[in-house]
Design a protein around this ligand. Structure first.
Ligand SMILES: [Zn+2]
Length: 283
């Protein structure tokens, strides 16, 4: 079997699409903070071409509103892009200080959003922050999942809104809500793995943390997570990439996972089945 046959058909549970001016602003901010350089295009068609070439059948695009008042437009824009594509699964964003948090999210779901995304450090809210409770309730009512940047990587170790102690509040307050901590919960991987073992509604994505470039880009060694963890928790861990905001080729995101000696069914879970369940997609 070639690597592509092991990978495809895949679901990429973590990509980003933003209107072009915002995409450039986000890259500028990231480049300033990290010195990373980005070569990937940002337009929907071009991003999707990279994914399709790799064998990705569906992909999740995650927006996030960095200030109040912009979420509705971002959601509308992304849901429009999804209507142009057979592969794109749009998530919704809302800012904790938006006027009508529940309404913004409800309207996004009506327009086709499939889940909700929070970037806790950028948006200044913990996973179960009281201000976003109405949004979590709308997500639960719609049986829609919620993906968080809820870990301390790559530069948020002093941020009060991230980390496993905050994340557990969302997992335990909303046992019926499927929640995902992106980036394997880095840098508190062991604690997030323990939380995943304890809770059926808890998911992790591999984004950035499992890339072969992770030691240089974020000071994390993906080989520190043994194969046995993926075998044991393949029903709770799904593949993601952060495309197009990655300072390395898309292939590097999956190459380290594909190099592992994992059973075929574990690979199917990681690259497809777990995301399908998380997203509530039809078989
Ligand atoms: Zn991301």
């Amino acid at each position: 079997m070639t690597a592509k046959h092991v990978f495809a058909p895949a679901i990429d549970a973590h990509t980003h699409l933003f209107p072009e001016r915002l995409a450039s602003a986000i890259r500028e901010a990231l480049t300033e903070e990290t010195a990373w350089e980005f070569d990937h295009p940002v337009e929907r068609e071009a991003v999707e071409a990279i994914l399709t070439e790799a064998g990705v059948e569906r992909y999740v695009a995650l927006p996030y509103a960095h200030k109040p008042g912009v979420a509705a437009d971002l959601n509308g824009w992304l849901c429009e892009r999804a209507r142009e594509s057979a592969r794109l699964l749009p998530f919704a964003t809302v800012h904790p200080d938006d006027e009508d948090v529940a309404g913004v999210v409800a309207r996004a779901f009506e327009a086709g959003a499939r889940g909700l995304k929070f970037h806790c450090p950028v948006q200044g809210c913990a996973p179960a922050d009281a201000r976003i409770e109405p949004a979590l309730e709308v997500a639960a009512d719609n049986d829609a999942p919620v993906t968080y940047h809820g870990g301390t990587a790559p530069m948020f170790e002093d941020n009060p809104h991230v980390g496993v102690d905050r994340f557990v509040e969302a997992v335990e307050s909303y046992p019926e809500l499927r929640v995902c901590c992106a980036h394997m919960g880095t840098y508190e991987v062991d604690a997030f793995l323990a939380l995943t073992r304890e809770h059926d509604n808890m998911y992790l994505d591999t984004t950035f943390a499992m890339s072969t470039a992770a030691p240089e880009t974020m000071g994390f060694d993906p080989t520190s997570i043994p194969d046995a963890v993926f075998v044991e928790l393949s029903g709770s861990i799904m593949y993601g990439s952060d495309l197009p905001n990655i300072p390395y080729p898309y292939r590097a995101e999956r190459a380290g996972l594909l190099d592992r000696d994992l059973p075929g069914e574990t690979f199917r879970d990681l690259f497809y089945g777990t995301a399908r369940e998380y997203l509530g997609l039809e078989a």
